[in-house]
Design a binder for this molecule. Structure first.
Ligand SMILES: *Cc1c(COP(=O)(O)O)cnc(C)c1O
Length: 373
């Protein structure tokens, strides 16, 4: 006669590692009631998707009974055309998170290690633990990945090194010379995963996402996304470019229809709209500089960013710290991202928004910092 709520003597137990995962907490999307919301917490574009992508999305509405092309052929061909790649070396996914998970599951199991950096993207830790592997966290230098520290952390158990380049939430990047130095120092059996979710935004002569390096080696892949520059986060579209043997492994473990028909159609249209992409980059470059300069002028420390967001460090003083700033900004309708889970307890990440959102945020920080002490 046990009560219905009592714990049974025996029940299914997740594999080791699963319950060690802290579930990913997305950026919030609610502000105080009654104020206009500026959601700058998830690195979404303020410009939305290309109108051509929206039209393509609507275009599949009368064919919803059909399974999509499980190989995402049209999308792979469109991506390959845009970047001068062989479509056979591309796999598409349900967001690049899907591909990061798949590649981890294909190469990491119990006893294996996955390496990533101190303020690196949280999905790597989750994917490694979910695969039963061991996360290895490497210190950064100046909020930037440190090649020597990463190489020092590699052991015979290391299967994957993850590098977000540029990194979220810091906005910092490694020049391609450093990425090549990292690759050169890795044993050939370790897979280097370059997560280039923000590559399109970077305007630096010494940056490359890694396409050339991948073409010339057997142990490097790159993941990309349609969620950021293309403004299609809702549709969950990502792609992986890598050597044929890695593409083959990922194709074996992925879901047979992991990209929807709507996503394929919208993705093809988005990647074809070069003018829209260029406008998105121009908007970001302009406002990234304005936001960085104006927040610094208020006395805030802003880590120089090459992405579509900035990491803002708050004063340590009580009442002026990140928690207080967040609360104040939310009362003004401005939702930024708390980044304590990334080892940054006194910082906030701000996505570059519309002119109105950016101006409102700068003004709110000025009010917050100038307010009664
Ligand atoms: C946003 C982001 C992604 C993209 O994720 P999707 O699943 O494609 O939406 C990947 N990596 C990093 C570092 C990101 O910030």
């Amino acid at each position: 006669m046990t009560a219905a709520t009592a714990r049974p003597a025996s029940r299914p137990t997740p594999r080791p590692g699963v319950l060690a995962i802290e579930a990913y907490v997305p950026g919030r999307s609610k502000a105080a009631p009654g104020v206009k919301l500026f959601k700058l917490s998830s690195n979404e574009t303020p410009l939305g998707p290309s109108p051509q992508a929206i039209a393509a999305y609507h275009g599949v509405a009368d064919k919803l009974e059909l399974y999509p092309d499980g190989a995402s052929t049209e999308l792979r061909e469109a991506i390959a055309g845009a970047y001068g790649l062989n479509p056979a070396n591309i796999v598409c996914g349900n967001g690049s998170d899907d591909l990061l998970e798949l590649v981890t599951h294909a190469y990491i199991g119990p006893g294996d290690e996955g390496v990533f950096t101190e303020h690196g993207f949280l999905v790597y830790r989750i994917a490694i633990l979910a695969a039963g592997g061991t996360p290895v966290v490497v210190p950064e230098t100046g909020f930037t990945a440190d090649v020597d520290a990463i190489l020092a952390a590699v052991t015979p158990r290391t299967k994957i090194v993850f590098l977000a380049n540029p990194n979220n939430p810091t906005g910092t990047y490694l020049p391609i010379t450093e990425v090549k130095r990292l690759h050169a120092g890795l044993p050939p059996e370790v897979l280097l995963v370059l997560d280039a979710a923000y590559a399109e935004y970077v305007r630096r002569n010494d940056y490359e996402a890694g396409i050339e390096l991948i073409g010339a080696s057997e142990n490097v892949v790159m993941t990309r996304t349609f969620s950021k520059i293309h403004g299609l986060a809702a549709l969950r579209i990502g792609w992986l470019y890598g050597p044929a043997h890695v593409v083959d492994a990922v194709n074996r473990v992925r879901g047979p229809f992991n990209v929807s028909a709507a996503s394929i159609a919208a993705g093809v249209a988005a990647i074809g709209d070069k003018g829209f992409m260029e406008a998105a980059v121009a908007h970001n470059s302009h406002w990234l500089e304005v936001v960085t300069t104006e927040l610094a002028a208020l006395g805030l420390t802003v880590t120089p960013s090459v992405g579509n967001f900035v990491l803002i460090h708050l004063p340590e003083a009580a009442g002026k710290d990140a928690a207080a700033a967040d609360e104040f900004l939310v009362s003004r309708g401005i939702v930024l991202r708390r980044v304590a889970a990334y080892g940054l307890p006194n910082a906030l990440r701000m996505t570059i928004g519309s002119e109105e959102a950016n101006r409102a945020t700068i003004a709110a920080f000025a009010e917050f910092l100038g307010g009664a002490r």
